[in-house]
Write a protein that binds this ligand. Structure first.
Ligand code: TPP
Ligand code: MG
Length: 282
């Protein structure tokens, strides 16, 4: 059933690019594949124009591999480094004006529920820390207050990567950046705690240094959002270009953060917990 959505009509099949044919034949659609299976199937994002060692591109790739139903998923993005990879991802994608992503996603989710009442459509916001914590904060929080059934994923590189290294609300206190030479003078905005207190029924904080766990939490967040309410995943995706470390060290930097500021944390409501337990049994 799932694969049927992406299978072209026979009359068109011969005109489609080889990459599309590969996706139909060997993509993750309808096969229950995930992050653990990377390397054995045609990925829905394979190319990106990011800097060497980019944590965001790795985060996007892992999220894409973890989508439980890519053929029934709509990703909503906004300006930032992530949208360069997302616009090249073989999944339905909508870009928004910077910061509007959760408002747009709310409308799209409601529309899809009306249009496809018998078929769950997953709406997943996948954007940077500036897009959520700064310009988009009120729309993000209000989508949580309203209990919109969408998943919000932050790829947190703790900087405005895309525009040359300004400080973001998620940059660490005191951090000196290419375009914040005096250092940031207030702490990281506690978006994870805000998610907990603002209506999210599931939340997890992870890094790209633990791909399997990242895949698991993304899958849980999307399944819970389908049935219960808003969910949030915050992924640490270090930026070698703006943080001035070697591109070869991205995973080491993320791993070190897991022992400190980015220790794994997860919360869920009772209803979300029951749903996760049920999906494990099935
Ligand atoms: C309304 C508006 N203001 C500012 C910008 C410029 N702009 C584009 S991306 C960006 C920063 C993005 O930072 P973040 O969300 O952290 O994503 P990253 O590039 O770090 O992945 C800014 C300020 C814009 N496109 N639109
Ligand atoms: Mg950023």
């Amino acid at each position: 059933m799932s694969k049927r959505i992406i299978t072209p009509t026979p009359a068109l099949a011969e005109y489609l690019p080889q990459q599309y044919k590969d996706l139909v034949e060997n993509g993750p659609h309808g096969r229950g594949l995930g992050v653990r299976d990377l390397g054995s199937f045609k990925e829905i994002v394979e190319e990106h124009p990011h800097c060497a060692g980019c944590g965001v591109s790795l985060g996007v790739r892992l999220v894409a591999a973890a989508l439980p139903a890519p053929e029934d998923t709509l990703i909503v993005g906004t300006p930032g480094c992530s949208f360069f990879a997302l616009s090249q991802t073989a999944v339905n994608y909508s870009n928004t004006a910077f910061g509007n992503q959760n408002a747009v996603a709310s409308g799209l989710k409601r529309m899809l529920q009306i249009r496809y009442p018998d078929r769950p459509k997953d709406v997943v916001v996948l954007v940077g820390d500036g897009g959520i914590a700064d310009i988009g904060l009120d729309m993000t929080l209000h989508s949580w207050f309203r209990r919109e059934k969408i998943t919000t994923i932050m790829v947190d590189n703790e900087v405005y990567g895309n525009t040359g290294g300004q400080e973001s609300g998620m940059s660490a206190e005191g951090k000196v950046l290419p375009m914040a030479p005096r250092g940031k003078n207030f702490p990281k905005i506690p978006v994870f705690d805000l998610a907990k207190s603002s209506g999210c029924v599931y939340g997890a904080r992870v890094t790209v240094a633990n791909p399997v766990r990242l895949g698991q939490v993304v899958e849980k967040a999307i399944l819970v959002a389908r049935e219960v309410g808003p969910t949030y995943v915050q992924i640490y995706t270090p930026c070698p270009t703006n943080m001035r470390f070697s591109p070869a060290e991205t995973i080491d930097v993320a791993r070190a953060a897991q022992k400190g500021t980015y220790a794994f944390e997860e919360f869920m409501s009772e209803e979300a917990e029951a749903l996760i337990a049920k999906s494990r049994r099935e």
